[in-house]
Design a protein around this ligand. Structure first.
Ligand SMILES: C[S@@+](CC[C@H](N)C(=O)[O-])C[C@H]1O[C@@H](n2cnc3c(N)ncnc32)[C@H](O)[C@@H]1O
Length: 277
C-alpha cells in the first residue's frame, strides 16, 4: 500500500473517531426544528383577546379543591425518604424570595389531584413533558402508591439541569424499591421530535398528561396538540404556570377554540393551573 493511501486511510479513521466523540458528547442536542402541522398553524392565527374561559361544571365536581378541609402532605412527606432528601432535591432550589419548592399550594395541591385520580382507577398512566429533576414525578409516584398501580413516562432534553434526568432516575428507582406497583420510563429529547412523538404515541394512551416543558406559544401548542392525540378516555391534561406566563393562557384558549379539548377548569395554585379534558 502506498504511503499516500495509508495516510488517507489514517486521516479518514481519525475523522470518523472525531465524529463519534462529538456525537457522544452532544447527543442531547437535537438537530432540526419543530415542524408545525396545519392544525397548529391554524391555532396560532386565532385571536383570543375576546375569548373568555368558562369553568366546566363536570371538572369542578371532579376536582373540588382548595378547600381548607383538604389535608395536604408536607414538603418532607413528598421529597424525603428515610429521613433524607431524595436525589431530585437540589439545594439551590430552596429560594427564599420565591419559595415554590415548599409552597403549600404547589406540589401538595398536585398530590391531591393525583390521589383523587388514582383512587378512581386501578391502573393510572401519566406522561410529563418537562421533567427537570423529577419533583412532579415523585409527587405522582407517592400519590398513586395505594391501591392503584401507576406508570410514569417523562420527556426532557435536560435544558435546565444538565443531569436532571439522571437525578429523576435515581429518585424514581428509590421510590420503586418501596412501591413495587410503581414503574417509570424517562426519555431524553424534545417533545416536538418526530421519533419521540411516535414513541409516546405507541406507549399511550395516558390518563394524566402534565405539560410543563417549552414555554413558547409554538411549544405549548405542539404539546397540547400531541396531548389531544394520546389522552385516554376520561383523562385530563394539566397545564402548569397558567398565571405565570401570558402565553400559556393564550395557548389554552387557542386549543379550546380549535376543539382539541371541550372542558376547562382553572385552579388557583402557586402559579395557576389549567385542567383540560
Ligand atoms: C419547569 S421545568 C419542569 C419541572 C417539572 N415539571 C417539575 O415540576 O418537577 C421545565 C423543563 O422542560 C424541559 N423542556 C424544555 N423544552 C422542552 C421540550 N420541547 N420537550 C420536553 N421538555 C422540554 C426543560 O429541559 C426543563 O427541564
Amino acid at each position: 500500500m502506498s504511503i499516500l493511501r495509508t495516510t488517507k486511510l489514517k486521516t479518514f479513521q481519525l475523522l470518523m473517531e472525531l465524529l463519534f466523540c462529538l456525537r457522544q458528547k452532544y447527543s442531547h442536542i437535537s438537530i432540526g426544528s419543530p415542524k408545525l402541522s396545519r392544525d397548529i398553524k391554524d391555532a396560532i392565527t386565532i385571536d383570543t383577546s375576546t375569548i373568555t374561559l368558562e369553568q366546566s361544571p363536570v371538572l369542578l365536581q371532579r376536582f373540588n379543591f382548595n378547600r381548607v378541609a383538604d389535608v395536604l402532605p408536607t414538603h418532607e412527606d413528598l421529597f424525603y425518604q428515610d429521613g433524607k432528601p431524595l436525589p431530585c432535591v437540589i439545594e439551590s432550589d430552596y429560594n427564599l424570595s420565591d419559595d415554590w419548592l415548599r409552597a403549600y399550594n404547589y406540589y401538595p395541591f398536585y398530590f391531591n389531584i393525583y390521589s383523587r385520580l388514582c383512587s378512581d382507577n386501578i391502573h393510572v398512566r401519566m406522561l410529563e413533558i418537562g421533567v427537570r429533576t423529577g419533583y412532579q414525578a415523585t409527587v405522582f409516584a407517592k400519590a398513586c402508591k395505594n391501591p392503584s398501580s401507576a406508570f410514569y413516562m417523562g420527556i426532557d432534553p435536560n435544558l435546565y439541569v444538565r443531569n436532571g434526568l439522571q437525578l429523576a432516575n435515581k429518585t424514581l428507582q428509590m421510590i420503586r424499591k418501596k412501591v413495587p406497583t410503581f414503574d417509570f420510563a424517562l426519555i431524553n429529547g424534545y417533545s416536538w421530535e418526530y421519533n419521540i412523538q411516535e414513541s409516546v404515541f405507541y406507549s399511550g394512551p395516558f390518563d394524566i398528561i402534565h405539560i410543563d416543558g417549552d414555554h413558547s406559544l409554538q411549544g405549548k401548542l405542539i404539546d397540547l396538540e400531541l396531548s389531544k392525540r394520546i389522552l385516554a378516555r376520561g383523562g385530563i391534561v394539566l397545564v402548569d404556570d397558567f398565571d405565570h406566563h401570558p402565553i400559556i393562557k393564550d395557548a389554552v384558549k387557542k386549543a379550546l377554540s380549535v376543539g382539541w379539548f371541550k372542558e376547562f377548569l382553572y385552579l388557583s395554585t402557586f402559579r395557576g393551573l389549567a385542567i383540560l379534558a
